[in-house]
Design a protein around this ligand. Structure first.
Ligand SMILES: Nc1nc2c(ncn2[C@@H]2O[C@H](COP(=O)(O)OP(=O)(O)OP(=O)(O)O)[C@@H](O)[C@H]2O)c(=O)[nH]1
Ligand SMILES: [Mg+2]
Length: 285
């Protein structure tokens, strides 16, 4: 493995700008919907978010719950539930029930705001929310779902911040129609590899061989049956990466001219199978 690549302090140039923009938006916001990939419930969290949003109210939304190892992910989520409101969702088939849960949880968490207003003789006001999360965790899909496909734009709010537009969620919530994109801190090689495995960091941060090798090794050690079934492999008694990759090449017919194994193709197949959920019921944290 290439130590240099994984140990770099990966911080894209535009991140400072993004953080500044999110900070500006946060001034307008009552609640943050923090989106986390259920298949990496630790690695895909934005650790810095605590600093950025301070004690703003927050709901953790675990997307791609349909694709994760529920037993493993639930154990981790149980810990989060000690401190946060949590929602587990499959955004492919997000139901009204889940959407209503989000609205209800939001209204409960923010009840104080309107209680106070009413006490002061003011009218209750609408709550404002933002979706924040790492790349590829499902932020846009979530916004589309909860705002409804043709979600009514409530328009730019003159006098607040120009260029920010909101969509309605139910009767009590307005949601920023653009999510806050932040990058998780890559504090260890493992976190970097998990993020790369599920498409949350670019392949140019880690190379394909490294990612695919990690995936195969992880699956062999933790989800052997899933690995064998996906690539129609007979049982493998002892772990040998090269041997497994060769067998996957056979079963996926990955050859170059002259019947030479096309490892690049094998790597791509493995990475895409994971990223696109054809290999599922797995959690890498
Ligand atoms: N199976 C499944 N797929 C999901 C779920 N949520 C999102 N996806 C898929 O994950 C992919 C990424 O979703 P996006 O909504 O584009 O993610 P994003 O966070 O907006 O990504 P960026 O804008 O690139 O940072 C899409 O192919 C979605 O269809 C889910 O709960 N289950
Ligand atoms: Mg998006």
């Amino acid at each position: 493995m290439n130590e240099n690549k994984t140990n770099i302090n990966w911080f894209p140039g535009h991140m400072a700008k993004t953080k500044r923009e999110i900070k500006e938006k946060l001034d307008l916001i009552d609640i943050v919907y923090e989106v986390i990939d259920s298949r990496m419930p630790i690695s895909s969290r934005i650790i810095d978010l605590d600093n950025l949003i301070k004690n703003k109210k927050r709901i953790l939304i675990f997307t791609k719950y349909d694709l994760c190892d529920k037993e493993k992910t639930d154990k981790i989520i149980k810990e989060y539930e000690k401190n946060y409101q949590v929602l587990k969702v499959n955004l492919k088939v997000l139901s009204n029930q889940e959407k209503n849960d989000l609205i209800t949880k939001t209204n409960i968490l923010l009840k104080d705001i309107n209680d106070l207003r009413i006490k002061k003789g003011l009218k209750p006001r609408i709550f404002r929310a933002i979706v924040i999360g790492a790349p590829n965790v499902g932020k846009s899909t979530l916004i589309n779902h909860i705002s409804g496909k043709n979600g009514l734009k409530t328009g730019n709010r003159a006098g607040v911040t120009k260029g920010i537009s909101w969509v309605k969620v139910g009767n009590t919530i307005e949601l920023l129609d653009t999510p806050g994109l932040l990058y998780p801190k890559i504090e260890s090689k493992e976190i970097g590899l998990n993020l790369a495995s599920f498409g949350s960091i670019n392949e140019d941060i880690l190379d394909k061989e490294e990612i695919a090798s990690y995936i195969v090794t992880y699956l062999y050690n933790n989800y052997k049956k899933i690995l064998l079934e996906r690539y129609k492999l007979n049982n493998i008694e002892t772990f040998n990466l090269e041997n497994i990759l060769t067998k996957i090449a056979e079963s996926t017919n990955s050859y170059k001219k002259g019947n030479i194994i096309d490892l690049e193709k094998v790597y791509t197949i493995i990475i895409n199978d994971l990223k696109e959920g054809r290999i599922n019921k797995i959690t890498f944290d």
